[in-house]
Design a protein around this ligand. Structure first.
Ligand SMILES: Nc1nc2c(c(=O)[nH]1)N[C@H]1C(S)=C(S)[C@@H](COP(=O)(O)O)O[C@H]1N2
Ligand SMILES: [Mo]
Length: 347
């Protein structure tokens, strides 16, 4: 059963301004409050969420204060919440909002964990469109509004396990990738889906750096059956509101049973293709990062083991070390996709 929750934003606070401008303003407000946010401003909703109750995974107060444009407002005002006990939900403690939005990997904005948050606050994602094409009947350049509009937004609480051995639990807002793929009517030749992130050196400092190690755009891909799996998610928000720039605004992939690097951010291009597409980390270090990148405690990275992880936030008193689960705990949903495959070879 899906339970609908209604977020209340007083109509007096709704203005015709662009939602993205508002979200950015929110981000600036929220983060400049810094430490205050940790106590006062992160609201009862958040405290409730931390106990693992998906129904109350809501935004901090100052996020809710921002006034989204009407079509976004409609989307976010009626978010379906994942069924307790189902695969799109977990009772593990949510990673606090402050950690989710200040400890990031988004190399376009810099390599240090705080760089994305520091360098992305004026990232302009309005307007945004995605160029969809390749082996499908409905190729085209789609405005984000047109892609999100027909889909009902839902909230899902997923574990995110980075190959670097940290993990978080994040309440995302979005819709299944399968629903988008179905609308594009892929042909029988479509065996993989390839994704690309925006290239915009003016906005993304690492893309204009001579020392950048990445061959932009950031590229990722999935096999078609992985892309169609019900777990595979396109997120347009987190904690009950719009996606912060540093987390991949305005739309990013979330593939919870794979290492975080598969979950490509700020997507501008999607291609249905016949062959396995090149992917960023595999191109850089093929012996360390494979195409599949399934979370696997038995297949170690050449430079470190993968059977343990640090669940963020880590504190002086709690190192938060825990065992890494096969497929990040999503085996029931995805193990069948890899039957008969040697996962130490297809890592
Ligand atoms: N475009 C792009 N997408 C990206 C990355 C990146 O550097 N660039 N980093 C990946 C990695 S390594 C991880 S762990 C996740 C982190 O997502 P988060 O910052 O929202 O936690 O984003 C992934 N998506
Ligand atoms: Mo990662």
């Amino acid at each position: 059963m899906l339970i609908k929750t209604k977020r209340e934003i007083p109509s007096s606070e709704i203005t015709p301004e662009s939602v993205y401008r508002n979200r950015r303003k929110f981000m600036t407000d929220a983060l400049s409050f810094g430490a205050v946010g940790a106590s006062g401003l992160l609201m009862p909703g958040l405290a409730g969420a931390a106990s693992g109750d998906g129904l109350r995974a809501r935004a901090p107060a100052d996020l809710e204060r921002s006034a989204p444009a009407q079509w976004w407002e409609d989307k976010f005002s009626n978010i379906e919440t994942a069924e307790r006990g189902g695969p799109f939900w977990t009772d593990e403690s949510l990673t606090p909002y402050q950690d989710v939005v200040t400890y990031n990997n988004f190399y376009e904005f810099g390599m240090d964990k705080e760089d994305p948050y520091r360098n992305s606050q004026s990232f302009n994602v309005d307007p945004w469109s995605i160029d969809i094409g390749g082996e499908c009947a409905k190729p085209g350049v789609y405005h984000l509004e047109d892609l999100v509009q027909p889909a009902q937004l839902e909230e899902r609480i997923y574990r995110l396990r980075c190959v670097e051995r940290w993990s978080m639990v994040i309440p995302w807002v979005g819709f299944s990738l399968a629903s988008l793929i179905e609308r594009m009517e892929p042909t029988s030749k479509a065996k993989y889906v390839a994704f690309e992130t925006l290239v915009d050196p003016e906005q993304m400092p690492a893309q204009r750096s001579r020392f950048s190690i990445v061959d932009w755009p950031y590229r990722e891909g999935l096999r078609m059956d992985e892309a169609m799996n019900p777990l595979t998610f396109l997120a347009v928000g987190l904690y009950g509101n719009y996606m912060p720039p540093q987390n991949g605004a305005p739309i990013r992939l979330v593939v919870p049973w794979k290492y975080g690097f598969k979950s490509v951010k700020s997507i501008v291009k999607i291609r249905f293709v016949e062959e396995e597409p090149p992917t960023t980390w595999n191109m850089m270090q093929p012996n360390e990062y494979g195409f599949y990148a399934n979370v696997n405690p038995n297949v170690h990275h050449p430079r470190w083991r993968q059977d343990m992880e640090t669940r963020l936030p880590r504190t002086l008193f709690s190192p938060s070390r825990q065992e890494t689960l096969m497929f990040n705990g999503y085996g029931e949903e995805v193990a069948h996709l890899y039957q008969g495959m040697d996962l130490s070879r297809y890592y």
